[in-house]
Each structure stands twice: as structure tokens, then as C-alpha cells.
Design a protein. Sequence first.
Length: 214
Amino acid sequence: MRHYLSTGKHLVVTDDMQGKMEGMWSLNTSPSINPFCLKMRKGKNTICKSCYSHISEARFKYSKQAWINNYHVLSETILKDKDIPIFKQDIFRLQAHGDLVNRKHYKNLIKIVEANPQAMFALWTKHVAIITKGGIIKLPNLVYVYSTPQLNEKYPTKPRDFNKCFSVYSRPYVEANKVQINCALHCDSCRICYHKEEPAFIRELIKSNGHRVK
């Protein structure tokens, strides 16, 4: 993990992602203290019930503390320009773990995207209201990905002005309904979530143990 000074505190960027996100960098926040995430885990048939991020926090104490720190830094104050981290990556994941907290959090992510025009960012969220309530901010290097909350979403709907819609399916459902899985096994080589062209609807097969990245 890499630390970036920020308003007397610091942001922690995850540069050691594993599994399908190996080689990717991401900026994450803790789902264990996010009221929206906790609410979603209680929902009926939500993919959040098998949240990989909660498991990661339990297994990796350093990650949990880093994501809790990011949660407070990003959601409590607007970052000053001098504190915005600059990256060398050409693609970057926002919220591989956790979800949007509030409008301040969203605006801070926008500032980071604006300060790094060399990178294409993908912002994943189920908390669409955070973005739409105050108005979506469109940037040429930012892809908005709506992560549908329900497992086996038959007719996923992409929110207005979002670029992508990401849904997860179980193997029995895929076989019974002939769902075409188009999410690859390695994000860095696939990159369909990191451009604004088709496909707009992305479908992932749930992992055998029920867990997934997002």
C-alpha cells in the first residue's frame, strides 16, 4: 500500500490487489462502518451478503485500518488541491472495496480524477443517490459503473448518465437462463469497465465460494 499525505492525515492507495484485480491500483473505504453497506448486507438476495470486502477486512487488519482512515479523510473534508495524489497508472479503480459515503466523498474522488488526466478511472457504486441527488459530474476519464445489488438480476437497469451496469450471477442461473458471461478473469487485461464504449452491461459469474470482488 502507498501513503499520500492529505490535510494532516493520509490516504492509502491499495497497489497490491489480488485475484482478478492483480496488478490494479484502487482507492477504497471501509464497508464495516459505512451505513449504506451495512444496510445492504441485510437486504434480501443482495450480493452484499457475500461481500468480499468484509472478509478482507477480517483477514487483513492493516487493510481494514487503512480503509477506515480513507473513509474519514474522504467523507469529512474536501481535499485541498495540494493534497490530491498523483498516479502514474493508466487505469485506476475507485471503490473496489466499500461504497460512496456522502457527497463530500464523491467530490473528493472527482478532484482526484481531474488531477490525473493520464488515467482512466472507473467508479463503482450501488449508492446511486449520492451521485444523482446533487447532479452527476461527467469527465472524459471517468467511467460510472452501477453495481446491481441483487444476485441474478434478470433485467438490470443502467441508471441515467451511467456508462456501465455490472451484475453477478450464480452458475445454476447462468445455465438455466443462458446468460452470457462477459467479465474476464483478469481486469487489467480485459478493461471493458475502463472505457465508455460497448458493452454497457457486464455480467460476472459468482465465485465458487460465493465471494466476489465487488
